[in-house]
Design a protein around this ligand. Structure first.
Ligand SMILES: [Zn+2]
Length: 122
């Protein structure tokens, strides 16, 4: 079984400014998004989901390796990031509840039972 998840490399490259390429091709010339490539001096493999730049010290390898290098993350963090970028999120609830801070105003010290003795001036 394939217990090593393969993440699509194109969404990651697109995320960093690369071009969209259809899945299912072998190696294909690709303009590297990492060093401002104008002529396609990198290659991408949309079958094996790999990327390789022939110029410079650019991230290369699979999607996770690219994210790892580009973001300076550990492998585990890079996997999470790759999932976010490529949209390949595991099923399950994604707690994206934002701006749900605890309301600032607290009613404290209203201890006096609320009832007010109105002193009927005698
Ligand atoms: Zn490059």
């Amino acid at each position: 079984m394939n217990d090593f998840p393969v993440y699509r490399v194109i969404p990651v490259l697109v995320y960093y400014g690369g071009d969209e390429v259809s899945d299912g091709y072998g190696w294909k010339a690709y303009a590297c998004p990492f060093h401002g490539d104008r002529s396609a001096s990198a290659s991408v493999n949309t079958q094996d989901q790999l990327f390789n730049c022939h110029a410079g010290d650019c991230p290369k390898g699979n999607a996770v390796q690219i994210v790892m290098k580009q973001e300076g993350l550990t492998y585990g963090d890079a996997v999470i990031r790759t999932k976010q970028i490529s949209g390949q999120v595991d099923q399950g609830p994604s707690p994206s509840q934002r701006g749900r801070g605890s309301g600032g105003s607290r009613f404290g010290g209203s201890r006096s039972g609320g009832r007010r003795w109105s002193r009927a001036g005698r």
